[in-house]
Design a protein. Structure first.
Length: 454
């Protein structure tokens, strides 16, 4: 057998073999934002364990997301009627989980059979309804998930506040008017009617479950799981269906109401789709500002600028405010020859000669980053001037520097001296322009739109 290439931390390879009771015969990096590996472990008798290895190289103590939490939730759900991955083994030393690998597909958004797509989504909604009906006292997760929220505000804002504490150092020196406004908006509009507290998956919806034929075979990615308002998961479904269009949401939340026995609250669903965007906005902005090793920056740029625009649209929808996409700068400015040649060379000379899917993906990402750099060189000055002038109109002050204008706007937002409508309309124009500027990265998820809610 040929040698298996990997860059796993020292000792993890051996732990996987020991945990699986055999020899690794397949090990491939999974194409995903978070690190994971497809692994087969062959026992001496020839039986093969099909595993999925998840690891966190840099775990953050007290983080709102946790691979350990995900592993313990999967373990707690064994024996229930919620299809979660079976946990084979957990390693504290490596912060790694060896999970069962499901043989189904996750790409429900790629199905052309709309009737099948709808049947799978209906089955998934029924699973979420059953999840929210579980007796939380029998799951044994209080030590893992922490104290249970006692108020509507704690339910709505607990994970967001934890996220803000965990990124306190980054946020102390980071200025972003949209983030400031969106956090403030969430605090001002906490849903006061909560049907009950439940175990929520926290990042649930299309592509975070596997399916076989017309049924969901397993629900994956439980690292955001926590005690919460059941409507939060409906907001999460909105977000994931936004990124992975799966036939729309028409009728699904009414079905949830029938299956769960819990009232569907439309504003709460609107609120929580914004909440999930903002909750994710914080670490995404942090990665874009200071990209760590192993992280695909092109994808994070896409997540950032699409999420910023979608957040503005979500708030506008919840408040009944009309926003419009502005005209973009002319594209007749010629591309930088060196920059465009570098991107072309990667795609023309390197990409076709790569056999490894992970290497091909990262090479394509590098080409996108080069194309984003070209657009920044060509258009940033024009867009900065527009931003500076529009903030000046909002604040009735003439600014000479865009950074100074942004800081002044954040100060005004904090002081709540601006009306929501003109402020949100400005923030939306800024978000549309940013999404346009980073078009090569945004093309990873083009033309994403919110589906209509029941």
């Amino acid at each position: 057998m040929s040698e298996i290439f990997h860059n796993l931390p020292h000792g993890l390879y051996e732990w996987v073999e020991q945990s699986g009771g055999g020899t690794i015969t397949r090990l491939e990096r999974h194409l995903a934002r978070r690190e994971a590996w497809v692994v087969d472990i062959t026992a001496p008798n020839g039986n093969v364990m099909e595993g999925f290895l998840r690891l966190d190289r840099h775990p953050v103590k007290g983080s709102a997301t946790s691979l350990y939490k995900e592993a313990m939730i999967c373990q707690a759900l064994e024996g229930t009627d919620i299809p979660a991955p079976k946990l084979y083994a957990w390693s504290d030393d490596h912060c790694a989980a060896l999970l069962a690998r499901d043989g189904g597909r996750a790409d429900i958004d790629k199905l052309e059979d709309t009737a099948r797509q709808r049947a799978i989504m209906q089955d998934f909604i029924k699973i979420i309804a059953r999840l929210h009906r579980l007796n939380t006292d029998t799951l044994g997760l209080d030590e893992v998930l922490g104290a249970r929220p006692q108020t509507a505000a704690e339910l709505a804002l607990g994970d967001l506040d934890l996220q803000l504490r965990n990124f306190k150092g980054f946020l102390a020196n980071y200025t972003d008017p949209l983030m400031t406004y969106a956090i403030q908006w969430l605090r001002r509009h906490v849903p006061q009617e909560v049907p009950q507290m439940a175990l929520v998956q926290g990042d649930t919806g299309p592509v975070n479950f596997m399916f076989q034929k017309n049924k969901v075979s397993v629900v994956v990615d439980w690292e955001w799981g926590h005690w919460g308002d059941p409507m939060e998961d409906l907001g999460n479904i909105c977000v994931r269906e936004f990124w992975n269009p799966s036939g729309g949401l028409d009728g699904l939340f009414k079905l949830y109401e029938q299956e769960s026995g819990l009232p569907y609250q439309r504003f709460s669903a609107q609120y929580y789709r914004i909440q999930q965007n903002v909750r994710g906005m914080v670490p995404i902005h942090a990665v874009c500002a200071r990209p760590p090793e192993q992280e695909p920056l092109a994808w994070y740029l896409c997540y950032r600028y699409v999420t910023d625009r979608a957040t503005c649209e979500g708030i506008a929808d919840a408040m009944g405010i009309r926003i419009e996409c502005p005209e973009m700068p002319t594209t007749t400015v010629p591309a930088d020859l060196l920059v465009s040649s570098a991107a072309d060379s990667l795609r023309r000379d390197v990409l076709p000669r790569l056999d490894n899917a992970f290497a091909r993906s990262r090479t394509q990402d590098a080409a996108r980053l080069i194309e984003c750099l070209d657009r920044r060189l060509r258009f940033s000055a024009t867009l900065d001037n527009t931003e500076r002038e529009e903030i000046g109109v909002l604040l009735r002050h003439r600014f000479t520097d865009v950074s100074q204008a942004r800081q002044a706007l954040v100060t005004a937002i904090d002081a709540r001296t601006l009306d929501d409508e003109p402020l949100l309309q400005y923030l939306a124009r800024k978000a549309y322009r940013d999404e346009w500027l980073y078009a090569p990265a945004v093309e990873l998820y083009p033309n994403r739109q919110w589906s209509a809610l029941d």
